[in-house]
Design a protein around this ligand. Structure first.
Ligand SMILES: Nc1ncnc2c1ncn2[C@@H]1O[C@H](COP(=O)(O)OP(=O)(O)OP(=O)(O)O)[C@@H](O)[C@H]1O
Ligand SMILES: [Mg+2]
Length: 491
């Protein structure tokens, strides 16, 4: 390999076809005289373009087509000329330099074209020099040539993360991998499971219980996910009525009055609340507005007078960390939003009172159930109290620019759509060209990892397989030919 040119922070290097170098690999340009090592990353590759080479190739093709004879090439000139035609031009970006045993992003010297030695840099060495640190190791996948990338659970702690990529690219799989590893280290992970696909984490592929089996709790609406009014408290219910059920101000005031009255009597329950609303002598419009909201709450199946889920009990049951799955798959969008509103409200309250420890939360396609005004809250207030969110989405434009700019770690899977790439290039922490050229060519299940987890050096990782059952396949029509549905059975 040799340097051809350097313009700004772009370096071009020529490499023989036999040299095993891939897009995303890191290269060190070592210059003894300058006493330093320049670290560059390959962002794109192309053929060495030269008019005379193209002319040669055209001449060759024409000759072959017109004179179909035996080729004699005793000096093997053709082989060399073919080799030259296949030489690759690697387009690289300077990421920093190594001085002694320290990585700095500061580069103020130009390596010699003649004397510089160029070699591939192993990911582990790069991460060590860049200062990746922690003690809770997570093997994320393969980076480069048969080398595994380790990240540390500490660099996910307290951070805001985004996993994005096009459909079926492997986003949920990575989320499952990270969630299980965090749980193994004793963390609490809450997952808003939109497609009911995370339940499989409790099982291995061979059907045996997985390592997280006895640390998982599945909460499904109408079953284990029921709350009593007493447990939720006035502020949670007011939040629900205001933000999800759009109650008018006057009705809300009346509701608060009723609540306080029932609470003082010691008879706060859904049943007494319903009776109270119906028999109250307030304005008819207010009563109707209250009763319609009450009816929505009643039919959601999320409220009960007999039993109530206590979120803090989950923590005392699972002393060494746990996976809490909130199934949102089989309920209407309104109930989904109600669950999320109640859950987040209560979690924040418990965290504020320091009753429970900080927790990680994974949210798939959060724009479908998190109200707009919550987004800012998530990155500021909730994070401050100890809810560390990972958004998983195939629509990056569903996440606002202001949220993206505060993201600490981004796991970027393949995107080919120009609009999505534009958006990502604008908001991610690295240069536009890297995002556009690298992300477009990423194979399935491979992601470009950016942020603190990789010490702010972009790394391409082929995400590992996991032992756990990851479910998540889209249900297909032609796969289920054998199955006969009730509607198809003859009577
Ligand atoms: N690294 C991997 N190793 C093995 N299997 C994988 C890997 N990544 C993804 N898969 C499998 O590929 C399929 C699609 O992956 P996944 O469900 O994670 O994609 P997705 O990006 O979440 O898709 P969607 O946008 O539809 O939610 C799944 O069956 C999953 O088990
Ligand atoms: Mg998915």
């Amino acid at each position: 390999m040799k340097i051809v040119e350097k313009i700004g922070d772009d370096v071009s290097i020529i490499a023989l076809p036999s040299e095993k170098i891939l897009i995303g690999d890191y290269i060190v340009i070592e210059d003894k005289e300058q006493n330093g090592e320049l670290v560059v990353q390959i962002c794109d590759e192309r053929y060495l373009d030269h008019p005379s080479m193209v002319e040669d190739m055209v001449r060759d093709e024409v000759m072959k087509a017109s004179a179909n004879g035996v080729e004699s090439d005793p000096l093997q000139i053709n082989t060399i000329s073919h080799l030259i035609r296949d030489i690759r031009l690697l387009k690289c970006k300077i990421r920093g330099s190594v001085n002694g045993d320290r990585f700095t992003s500061n580069v103020s010297w130009l390596p010699s074209r003649v004397k510089a030695r160029i070699r591939k840099m192993p990911t582990s060495e790069l991460m060590r020099l860049a200062g990746q640190s922690g003690s809770r190791e997570i093997v994320m996948g393969e980076a480069g040539d048969k080398e595994m990338l380790h990240i540390f659970a500490e660099s996910l702690d307290g951070q805001l993360n985004v996993i994005t990529g096009r459909k079926e690219s492997g986003k949920s799989h990575l989320a499952k991998l990270l969630a299980t590893e965090l749980v193994k280290y004793g963390a609490y992970v809450f997952i808003f499971d939109l497609n009911n696909e995370y339940g499989g984490l409790a099982w291995n592929r061979d059907g045996s219980p997985s390592t997280t089996a006895d640390k998982s709790v599945i909460l499904s609406p109408g079953n284990s996910l029921v709350f009593s009014l007493k447990y939720l408290g006035l502020s949670s219910i007011v939040g629900l009525l205001r933000h999800t059920l759009d109650i008018p101000g006057a009705s809300l005031r009346e509701f608060i009055r009723m609540w306080k009255h029932l609470e003082a009597q010691g008879s706060l329950s859904m049943r007494s609340l319903g009776d109270f609303i119906q028999t109250s002598r307030c304005n008819e419009f207010i009563r109707d507005a209250l009763y319609s909201r009450f009816h929505t709450m009643l039919s959601s199946g999320l409220f009960s007078d007999e039993k109530s889920l206590k979120i803090e009990d989950i923590f005392s049951q699972l002393k060494n960390g746990g996976l809490v799955l909130i199934s949102l798959g089989r309920v209407s969008p309104l109930i989904r939003r109600m669950i999320v509103e109640l859950f987040l409200g209560k979690l924040v309250e418990l965290l504020e009172k320091r009753v429970i420890p900080p927790l990680f939360r994974f949210a798939e396609e959060a724009h479908l159930y998190i109200r707009e005004t919550y987004w800012d809250d998530i990155v500021t207030r909730m994070r401050h109290f100890g809810i560390f969110t990972t958004f998983i989405t195939n629509q990056p434009d569903a996440i606002g620019d202001e949220i993206f700019r505060q993201v600490d770690n981004i796991f970027l899977f393949n995107f080919t759509n120009d609009t999505d790439l534009e958006k990502l290039a604008r908001v991610t922490m690295i240069d536009t060209e890297t995002v556009k050229s690298m992300v477009r060519t990423l194979p399935q299940r491979t992601c470009l990892t950016l942020g603190k987890v990789v010490a702010n050096l972009p790394i391409v990782v082929k995400v590992s397989q996991t032992d756990a059952l990851t479910l998540g396949e889209t249900r297909l029509f032609f796969d289920s030919k054998e199955e006969v549905y009730p509607v198809q059975k003859s009577s």
